[in-house]
Design a protein around this ligand. Structure first.
Ligand code: TXA
Ligand code: MG
Length: 316
């Protein structure tokens, strides 16, 4: 693919206006959200969405999340429900994605939904993302702004490392606060946790007043395109390590002796915010990576999910 000159835009009025103009032209713009940087395209423009798959080198057409400015905007594209209303009231804008049946006349490209009759929608909380959505005034399809299968980006520099020369622009507004992707809840059927993420499942269950169904591996309801090997550094990753072996570099959590600590204080929120930056940094050392145990509740569920995928046997 011929290389483009990627524009690096500051998140001021001029930068946001330029980013919105590029999106209107069907070009690809990476932008910050509170979870990770997204690679945005006009969700109604099939060619623009196809270019997202090409830039990321996604092996197949996995469904993407449509980012919108408000609940009202979301309701233009999906069939709303009581559960959706409850969750949107409680958690939007924020790190929660809802999967709902498409509405007739929605206008969303079938490349966004990968031909499914449901759409994943989210109202992000990051002020720059919100300003971009307001300026663009339409739905923005955005997967994480990294080459397929690699570590997700939480800084503009991570986006540059992975996608420079393959996308029109990067809107730079510093590191992302949450640090792991949104929690995805399927509401087309019984409320189901499709992907653990930046909003703890316990909080969602508290608002719904019931337990979320958890998808099993191989379950057709599981979020399609959730590859087992994902977020992969170049070197192997070993989980639940008590100590270094051989040449390993040790990523820790809590009061442990290690090379890099996700949160010395043992905060899962802080660990989530640091996770992908830590993996990017350890990746640069070229050494095999070992990780000490991380509690499996709250945001720890999302952290462990990403680490398991980083440690999984590689697809290629
Ligand atoms: O935090 C996030 O969610 C970030 C930021 C940029 O918003 N985006 C993100 O997108 O993580 P991506 O493409 O890396 O993950 C989207 C996942 C897909 O892999 C798929 O599992 C699920 O969302 N998904 C999308 N549409 C779906 C649908 N109709 N039904 C079930 N799962 C769907
Ligand atoms: Mg991703």
């Amino acid at each position: 693919m011929p290389l483009l000159t990627t524009e690096y835009l500051t998140a001021d009025d001029a930068g946001i206006a330029r980013a919105a103009e590029l999106l209107r032209q069907g070009r690809l713009v990476a932008f910050p959200t509170e979870t990770v940087y997204g690679l945005g395209a006009d969700a109604r423009n099939g060619e623009a969405v196809a270019a997202v798959y090409a830039a990321k080198g996604r092996p197949s057409f996995n469904p993407l999340i449509a980012h919108v400015a408000s609940v009202e905007a979301a309701r233009r594209y999906v069939q709303w429900s009581d559960a959706a209303e409850k969750l949107a009231n409680a958690f939007w804008p924020g790190p929660l994605t809802l999967v709902l049946p498409l509405r007739e006349g929605h206008g969303i490209s079938s490349l966004v939904t990968a031909g499914l009759d449901t759409l994943a929608v989210r109202v992000p909380a990051h002020p720059t993302a919100r300003q971009l959505l307001a300026a663009f005034d339409g739905p923005v399809a955005a997967p994480s702004a990294n080459p397929s299968g690699r570590i997700s980006p939480t800084t503009a520099e991570h986006v540059r490392t992975g996608l420079d020369g393959r996308i029109a622009a990067v809107l730079d507004d510093g590191p992302c606060g949450v640090g792991v992707e949104s929690t995805i809840v399927g509401l087309a059927d019984e409320p189901t946790l499709l992907r653990p993420g930046g909003l703890a499942a316990e909080e969602i269950e508290g608002v719904l007043g019931k337990t979320l169904r958890h998808h099993e591996t191989g379950d057709p309801l599981s979020a399609p395109g959730q590859m087992l090997s994902h977020y992969a550094p170049d070197a192997p990753v070993r989980l639940n390590a008590q100590a270094r072996r051989g040449d390993e570099i040790l990523l820790g959590f809590g009061p442990v002796d290690c090379d890099l600590n996700l949160s010395e204080a043992g905060s899962l929120t802080e660990a989530a915010a640091n996770l992908f930056s830590a993996l990017h940094a350890l990746n640069e050392t070229g050494r095999p990576i070992a990780v000490t145990p991380i509690p499996d509740h709250g945001l720890g569920v999302a952290i462990n999910d990403r680490l398991r995928r980083a440690a999984a046997p590689r697809n290629t």
